[in-house]
Design a protein around this ligand. Structure first.
Ligand code: DGJ
Length: 742
């Protein structure tokens, strides 16, 4: 039984195979959070310190005991108005303007299987794989019930959290904040790791001390954003890739979010994660409920690498869905970087033809195939095939591609509209604009009001017609601007505070409809690259275009940051042309291939324009990818260097579950004359085993993991000279465990 209730100690303990998470019903029925860490079998509540602290108020029902204060106790779901002045998870405003309530424990129940969240993405599991705990909190005066939802996947060491709020009263109330999860940690020297960035520079890692202050990271953009990812790690200061304690919080949501991390005056660290409370003002009518999205929690006592493995597993097997989630994805070619919107049907066919000759398996037609879409000034909203530009129908183009033995995919951007479009001319109210205010434009486009069902239905109707016609195997679903003018023409004043939440639910509904109509469709998420790279999107799209930046060296850092939470097979990655469009850097095609194989793998250039020897390399890359894809995508992934700090080389490896095989990937970032010896320290191997590489060199597992793999040497052609690898050279070393005869 994963959930254990100890009535005498008043503790509810959630046990997974290797971890325990404990809450305790404290004085005045205040629900405390007492523990999250390695497995325990006791009441950890003794660690809570009850002292009469000045300027920390006491509950009315604890007038005799001034040592009780929610301001100083570790709490499971802190709410504003209870006397806790730290960051709240819950904040309620009544009709009369009063803010505050005081949620107390009422009861709990345990159920087989994992709860699901209607209209929202969430971890799913078979009934025998999971258990659900529901804890009811109530505020009697405000007539509010909050049910804390916990999903437990014991074998995976995963605990999920969500919260559902019900208005049991007879007056409308407003939710100013309804976070999904809170973690209070009583002791330790904790740091915050978060993943910040920008368009074309997503998910850099930053590690910062959590001092006596509040650190708020998040997004106010209506999307999870390029700027902060909805995933954070709390790590003890001595935690490394292979050692130490850390806790992850992954938000399964694609809209604005906030994570408030702080340390209070007495040393308790708090991390609250949920929907961005700014501009969130959710009216709850009598009898109505609000469902907060899910957060996936994981604890690792053996470093950041293991924490990533826990997330990779749960996202691969319990977030991603459909036939593609663990299958090999077709090697694709996308025309965007080769042509942008300047193409015709013949050019697309010629790109596809060369790609097919070299072994590419799918052509993806990107932006520019519909309406008056020849620049970004027009066309979005009009999902009608521009047959003049293509010289044929979409069905005919798809047939030409299929005749080459390839699959066919299409780009869409359903949430957007250009003012210069028939859709906008007919339904101007479909676009979000504040009456009387000039709307802010992003890439010359406006955002459609996806909080309205009829808007979603209109776009779905148009797009599905095209997909029906060409029987698309794949769709890339893009979103190219943040949301500014939050206003819905049909919502009354009181409902404007729930538009962004309903907008995201509209996006989820759109993808649900797509997958229901086309169950075999491979859907790739995209938002100007990785602006919506989150677990919410991965519930619908098993892969997301990781970044618009395809420079191999920049991509190493972007994919490194992404890998802390998300599996490699979810990262859209392509080989593109050099000099790179973003950085103007030139890297060898081999290196671009090695880096793209850290992700889904594909091409984004006109392969007619590369040299014969590069074409040979492309052929080899595709063979290599097909040979190693299972190891690359389903092996255990290890980050071997910290690419935010190590400027000399980047390395990562994948190890098969049975440790019989591994693939070490190395890219030289910098070199120097008479270079000192360099070694790549491996991980995850069988320590006592011997491994052999393709050249027949034999290594010991233990030596590889203590000294490391010597940086490969390159021979200078036609001489006896050996030199260290040059800047931007890349190596893939395949290691196979030797069977030792008895
Ligand atoms: C942004 C995407 O990230 C690109 O890959 C491309 O699809 C363009 N949009 C097309 O407009």
């Amino acid at each position: 039984m994963p959930v254990v209730f100890d009535e005498q100690a008043s503790t509810i303990t959630i046990n997974t195979e290797n971890t325990s998470y404990q809450m305790k019903i404290g004085p005045c029925s205040i629900l405390m959070h007492t523990y999250y860490g390695p497995r325990i079998d006791c009441d950890a509540g003794y660690a809570v310190s009850y002292r009469d602290r000045g300027f920390s108020v006491n509950p009315y029902d604890s007038i005799e005991n001034r040592r009780v204060s929610s301001d100083t106790m570790p709490l499971e779901y802190p709410c504003e108005g209870s006397g806790d002045h730290r960051a709240p998870a819950f904040s309620l405003r009544r009709k009369n303007g009063a803010v505050g309530c005081d949620l107390r424990y009422v009861n709990h129940s345990i159920h087989a299987g994992k709860y699901s969240l209607p209209g929202l993405p969430a971890v799913y599991a078979e009934e025998e794989e999971a258990e659900t705990l529901l804890v009811t909190l109530q505020d009697q005066s405000a007539h509010i019930t909050v049910t804390l939802q916990y999903g437990i996947l014991p074998k995976l060491d995963i605990i999920t959290r969500a919260a559902c709020v019900v208005n049991d009263g007879d007056e409308t109330v407003f939710l100013d904040n309804a976070a999904s999860a809170n973690v209070d940690i009583i002791a330790g020297n904790w740091e915050l790791i978060h993943f910040y960035g920008r368009h074309a520079g997503e998910r850099n890692t930053a590690r910062t001390e959590i001092g006596q202050r509040e650190i708020v990271i998040g997004s106010r953009r209506g999307m999870s954003s390029h700027h902060e990812n909805p995933f954070v790690i709390l790590a003890e200061s001595d935690t490394t890739e292979l050692h130490g304690q850390c806790i992850g919080m992954c938000f399964v949501y694609s809209g604005s979010f906030a994570c408030n991390v702080s340390k209070d005056a007495f040393g308790t660290v708090r991390s609250v994660m949920g929907i961005q409370p700014e501009h969130f003002d959710y009216p709850l009518e009598p009898g109505e409920s609000f469902q907060a999205p899910e957060v996936i929690l994981a604890y690792s006592g053996s470093g950041l690498g293991h924490l990533s493995h826990l997330y990779h597993k749960v996202i691969s097997d319990h977030i991603c869905r459909g036939p593609w989630r663990n299958a090999r994805r077709p090697v694709l070619i996308n025309n965007w970087e080769a042509t942008t919107m300047n193409f015709d049907g013949d050019l697309i066919v010629s790109i596809a033809k060369k790609a097919a000759e070299l072994g590419v398996e799918m052509l993806v037609l990107d932006d520019g195939w519909f309406g008056a879409r020849n620049t970004d000034m027009a066309g979005l909203g009009d999902w009608v095939v521009n047959e003049k530009k293509l010289g044929c129908t979409m069905g005919e183009l798809a047939d030409k591609i299929r005749a080459m033995g390839m699959k066919f995919g299409l780009w869409i951007e359903p949430e957007m509209v250009n003012e210069d479009s028939d859709l906008f001319r007919t339904h101007p109210d479909y676009a979000m604009r504040i009456p009387g205010k000039d709307p802010a434009l992003g890439r010359n486009q406006l955002v459609l009001d996806f909080s309205r069902e009829e808007v979603v239905d209109n776009i779905f109707g148009q797009i599905s017609k095209v997909l029906d016609e060409c029987r698309a195997d794949y769709v890339k679903m893009d979103m190219n601007r943040p949301i500014v003018d939050v206003y819905s023409a049909v919502a009354e004043y009181q409902s404007q505070g729930k538009i962004l939440y309903n907008y995201i639910k509209g996006v989820y509904r759109f993808m649900d409809m797509l997958l229901e109509r086309y169950p075999d469709l491979l859907l790739e998420g995209c938002s100007g690259g990785g602006g919506r790279f989150d677990a919410g999107m991965l519930y619908y799209c098993p892969q997301i275009w990781c970044s618009d930046n395809t420079d191999a060296i920049d991509r190493i850092r972007i994919q490194y940051g992404t890998s802390f939470c998300y599996p490699l097979k979810t990262m859209g990655a392509h080989v593109s042309a050099v000099p790179n469009g973003d950085t103007k850097r030139c890297t060898p095609i081999h290196t671009r291939g090695v880096v793209a194989m850290e992700g889904t793998f594909g091409y984004e250039l006109d392969l007619n324009l590369i040299s014969e020897s590069e074409m040979e390399e492309v052929k080899e890359q595709i063979v290599t990818f097909k040979k190693y894809w299972d190891l690359l995508h389903n092996g255990t992934y290890y980050r071997l260097t910290d690419v935010m700090k190590n400027r000399s080389e980047a390395a990562w490896m994948m190890v098969s579950e049975d440790q019989k095989e591994a693939l070490v990937n190395i890219v030289v970032l910098d070199t120097t004359g008479n270079c000192p010896n360099r070694y790549i320290r491996c991980a995850g191997l069988d320590p006592m085993a011997q491994y052999e590489d393709e050249k027949g060199t034999v290594y010991s597992g233990n030596v590889l993991m203590t000294i490391g793999l010597p940086m490969p040497l390159k021979y200078v052609p036609n001489t006896q000279w050996r030199e260290f690898a040059r800047e931007y050279d890349a190596f893939q070393i395949h290691l196979v465990k030797r069977t030792v005869s008895a």
